[in-house]
Design a protein around this ligand. Structure first.
Ligand code: ASP
Ligand code: MG
Length: 408
């Protein structure tokens, strides 16, 4: 007998029929003798609908009240799933985040989980219940409802698995695992049987939307055995996210290719080349709550230098405004911006022990006539910023160059 935490995403519970399907899947695990805790998202589209609703009432809804509204989607699905389970003869009990005391900090709309009281869940499980918990929500020390950020049900699932020391945390979604890249762009993309936490974390932060980044961090930290599977296909093993790379297996050099479409680049032209300039440029950007991704500072000429960085396209106008102020302040020549950027990244722990990965990446892009505008690297990833019209071409060419397509 194992204790399994299963998380079902919005599409998996997107209709009454699909909720009944989830109930049957859960019942199968119960029939095999396992204890099951289920975490569910809101029905697909519901969270967006609720957010849109709040915007119709107020242009800038208060975050506390926003959480009160958007957390209701999950409350509907936990009740419906329990009814569906009971209808096929399973004992089941639903809980909101506040009821199981998923204690979070008070950062509304992006709260972090601090503690979970797992004793009541254990008691229910021991009494033969399936315990169904609302994803994406918690409660702060003052009893305020909080939410964990978009995609936060993944983190609820992993956090519950960690608190309960579950044997496995299964994330059921509409894809059957983690792929080498998005199959909508590269039809030959291949499902990975395993991937390391480190790689998954890079892929998630670089644009792969399979798992919420925070859930991967959490799973790595608490060594939760995490598996991504399809809720629509029977019998697949999905992708197992492992703590350590398999030392016995020949590690592929690259495990996956991630991309982010909507990037923008800003350049401070002719900034004085002296200590403190990077801080004077990026300090106000950080104060405006704008995330900066890649940064390049050129070598100086004649006492000035060009300083470029990328931001999400949605933040471009705001960043530009901030820089207009900075320009006058530091005495730079001009601010240039380019809103047609994207980022393509290759990720793999095998990179550590294989030289020549960067050169193969750059050669491949050169052969396609794609100009690289910025580069950033870590131990296990290389990212390039390129013009966004080349995104698909770049991903396809790199997928081929690194031999990621399905083995013939
Ligand atoms: N329902 C929330 C969202 O759409 C949380 C989740 O699905 O994980 O972001
Ligand atoms: Mg999701």
């Amino acid at each position: 007998m194992a204790l399994i935490v299963q998380k079902y995403g919005g599409t998996s519970v997107g209709s009454p029929e699909r909720i009944r399907n989830v109930a049957r899947k859960v019942a199968k695990f119960r029939a095999e003798g396992h204890q099951v805790v289920v975490v569910v998202s809101a029905m697909s589209g519901e969270t967006n609908r609720l957010i849109a609703l709040t915007k119709e009432v107020a242009a800038n809804p208060d975050p506390r009240e926003l959480d009160v509204v958007v957390s209701t989607g999950e409350q509907v699905t936990i009740g419906l799933l329990c009814m569906a389970l009971q209808d096929i003869g399973e004992k089941a009990k639903s809980y909101t985040g506040g009821q199981v005391r998923i204690l979070t900090d008070s950062a509304h709309t992006k709260a972090r989980i601090l503690n979970i009281d797992e004793a009541p869940i254990r008691r229910d499980l021991d009494e033969g219940n399936v315990v169904v918990v609302a994803g994406f929500q918690g409660v702060d020390e003052h009893g305020n409802i909080t939410t964990l950020g978009r995609g936060g049900s993944d983190t609820t699932g992993v956090a519950l698995a960690a608190a309960l020391k579950a044997d496995e945390c299964q994330i059921y979604t509409d894809v059957d695992g983690v792929y080498t890249t998005d199959p909508r762009i590269v039809p030959e993309a291949r499902k990975l049987d395993t991937i390391t936490f480190e790689e998954m974390l890079e892929l998630a932060s670089l644009g792969s939307k399979v798992l919420q980044i925070r859930s991967v961090e959490f799973a790595g930290k608490y060594k939760v055995k995490l598996r991504v599977l399809s809720s629509f296909e029977e019998g697949g093993a999905g992708t197992l996210i492992t703590v350590e790379e398999d030392k016995h297996m020949e590690q592929p050099v690259i495990s996956g290719i991630a991309f982010a479409r909507d990037e923008a680049k800003l350049t401070v032209v002719g900034a004085p080349d002296r200590p403190g300039i990077a801080y004077q440029i990026l300090g106000p950007i950080a104060d405006a709550n704008i995330d900066v991704d890649m940064i390049i500072q050129n070598i100086g000429h004649d006492g000035t230098t060009d300083f470029s960085f990328t931001v999400a396209r949605g933040d471009l106008a705001k960043a530009q405004k901030v820089l207009d102020g900075v320009k006058a302040h530091i005495g730079a020549k001009a601010i240039e911006s380019d809103s047609t950027m994207c980022k393509v990244s290759i990720v793999g722990v095998g990179m550590r022990s294989h030289p020549g990965v960067a050169s193969l990446m750059f050669r491949t892009l050169a052969e396609e006539g794609i100009n690289i505008q910025m580069i950033s690297t870590s131990e296990i990833k290389i990212s390039v910023a390129i013009e966004d019209k080349y995104l698909e071409l770049a991903v396809r060419a790199l997928h081929k160059a690194f031999g990621l397509e399905a083995a013939a």
